[in-house]
Design a protein around this ligand. Structure first.
Ligand SMILES: *Cc1c(COP(=O)(O)O)cnc(C)c1O
Length: 374
């Protein structure tokens, strides 16, 4: 340890010499990235991140507070939290024959999958446009990422997908089911065909299952090369950071080997156990979100120059004549949405708008009506 006097004597290095070192030492592909930016939403109506607009109901919050009050934060968390797994299984209908792996959000599970499968020259394949973290974690793990454009109406392009699978032999295929950011649910027959033809693991990412008409969770062990990912983030618990992977014992115990021993912290475990012990509030809130989604779709479709695409998620997808202008107009009115324009050619002039609480949606509708969209 240096004394304060010694510390003072040592001049801080100039910022540009640090920058030089960083540029010379950090991986070039990482150095070239721009950091994941989260928009400053203070004072805004926040409709950009697929969060639930609803607070916890009082009884659920009381259960959570009581559980956290007695949490043993002096101890490391339960490294293999069987109690929480049982609670999750019961709350969300995980099949009895399946095993589970918990993550610090399903983002961490995506990362673990890439780490575990990143043999030299391994490929990650996904339809495009889709969830950007598949590409990011593939890059971090030194895997090659192959994107296959979606077809008409954002459907899976069956032939190009099967051709790419035959050509690339991907170690990992990610299917966001429903797909973020297009919101649609892929044809189940095509998904099953992809699983059957894929030589590697196919991951069905069901982050939006609560708002979708179908799920593959019941089939999580029906194929030797498929697992299902879920998260509580879109169900009013984004702040907990908790995701789960469901699959056969063999897959789950293999991916588990790259997990950090204490990846789900004590407070998250305690809170999630308490909140999911009686999950009826989740269904009630999801039903309200679905009701509001239907209303938003109807109201927005009635605005001249606003084209609405059907989704099975907690967001609506619209195309306007000049999405950047509309985004700025909404921002001026205090409404933050996601500007998709520029992400992918298929998303030109599109906005992704998370379903908010009724009064928030009213503000959005009002602000869109007064914007000249056409
Ligand atoms: C939101 C989202 C996730 C990430 O969920 P976390 O559990 O919050 O990390 C994963 N996949 C898709 C498709 C998502 O939209």
């Amino acid at each position: 340890m240096s004394t304060p006097a010694q510390t003072r004597e040592r001049a801080a290095p100039a910022a540009d010499s640090c920058a030089e070192r960083v540029a010379a030492i950090v991986r070039p592909d990482v150095h070239a990235l721009s950091p994941y930016r989260v928009a400053d939403a203070r004072g805004m109506i926040k409709l950009d991140a697929m969060e639930s607009p609803y607070d916890l109901p009082a009884p659920a919050r009381a259960r959570m507070v009581a559980a956290i009050a007695s949490a043993a934060v002096n101890r490391y968390p339960d490294g293999n939290p069987d109690v929480l797994k049982r609670v999750i299984a019961r709350a969300f209908g995980v099949p009895a024959e399946a095993q589970m792996l918990l993550g610090n959000g399903s983002d961490e599970l995506i990362q673990m999958l890439c780490l575990a499968l990143a043999r030299p020259n391994a490929v990650v394949l996904a339809p495009e446009p889709t969830f950007v973290m598949y590409r990011m974690h593939a890059l971090f793990a030194h895997m090659r990422y192959v994107g296959v454009p979606l077809g008409e109406g954002f459907a899976l392009a069956r032939e190009p997908m099967l051709d790419a699978i035959a050509r690339e032999s991907p170690a990992l295929v990610f299917l966001s089911y429903p797909n973020n950011p297009t919101g649609n649910l892929f044809d189940e027959a095509v998904v099953r065909e992809i699983v059957e033809r894929a030589p590697g693991l196919v991951v069905i990412d069901e982050a939006y299952s609560a708002f979708a008409s179908r799920s593959m969770l019941a089939s999580a062990c029906a194929f030797p090369n498929m697992i299902v990912l879920r998260t509580v983030s879109k169900l009013g618990m984004a702040g907990l950071r908790l995701g789960y992977a469901v699959g056969s014992r063999e897959w789950i115990s293999s991916i588990d080997k790259v997990r950090q021993p204490y990846n789900v912290n004590v407070l998250t475990q305690a809170a999630a156990c308490a909140l999911l012990e009686d999950p009826s509030w989740i269904d009630a809130q999801s039903a309200r979100v679905l009701h509001e989604r239907t209303r938003l779709e109807r109201e927005l479709a009635a605005i001249a120059g606003c084209r609405v695409f059907q989704t099975e998620t907690n967001f609506v997808l619209v195309r306007v004549a000049d999405a950047a202008r509309t985004f700025a107009h909404l921002e001026n009115r205090g409404v933050l949405v996601k500007l998709l324009d520029g992400w992918h050619p298929m998303l030109t002039n599109m906005l992704r708008i998370t379903v908010g609480a009724p009064s928030e949606n009213d503000c959005l509708i009002e602000a869109l009506r007064e914007a000249a969209l056409a």
